[in-house]
Design a protein around this ligand. Structure first.
Ligand code: COA
Length: 133
């Protein structure tokens, strides 16, 4: 097991995805479904593990998921990820989601954060040490 850096919190975050939720993604209150946000975070979180492992990955665990603020239709969501731990076959990433809202009076709001772990897998879906095709 090796940490991504000697101080993982110092690892730079990277913009990995942007998306704008639509009315079909909202619940009866007009807020965006938590499950929709979780799916987007799972996708965004996989970007760095896919790149680092150079192959397929599977989500093995969601270690933390916090909805800090509601998300609304029309918010422009930016997903930032950074690697916090690299193991033998697994990579854990921290994902932060920021919403850009209200174009007339622009605001940037941190809405969600999560930690997810991905495992590099081979053709049979078994864990694969990194850099093994
Ligand atoms: C991912 C999967 C292939 C791992 O298989 P496994 O036999 O459990 O693998 P292992 O026990 O050897 O663990 C593999 C790595 O995952 C890590 N891991 C396993 N369970 C974990 C957990 N709950 N939290 C964090 N890491 C975990 C291990 O520490 C290990 O990391 P390392 O090699 O870097 O030390 C298997 O669990 C699987 O197919 N799960 C379903 C994945 C999936 O379909 N995800 C989509 C959502 S349904």
């Amino acid at each position: 097991m090796t940490d991504a850096t000697s101080d993982p919190s110092a690892s730079p975050r990277e913009l990995v995805m942007r998306v704008m939720p639509m009315p079909a993604d909202a619940n009866g209150n007009g807020d965006i479904f938590g499950g929709w946000i979780m799916a987007q975070v799972d996708l965004a979180g996989s970007v760095l593990p896919l790149r680092i492992s150079r192959g397929r990955v599977a989500t093995v665990a969601v270690n933390e998921f916090i909805f800090k603020q509601p998300v609304s239709v029309g918010d422009l969501l930016s997903f930032y990820a950074r690697v916090v731990r690299i193991g033998r076959t697994s990579i854990t990433v921290h994902v932060e989601v920021e919403a850009e809202r209200n174009p007339a009076d622009p605001q940037l709001v941190k809405v969600t954060q999560a930690n997810l772990t991905y495992v590099a897998i081979d053709r049979d879906g078994k864990p694969r040490p990194f850099n093994t095709p």
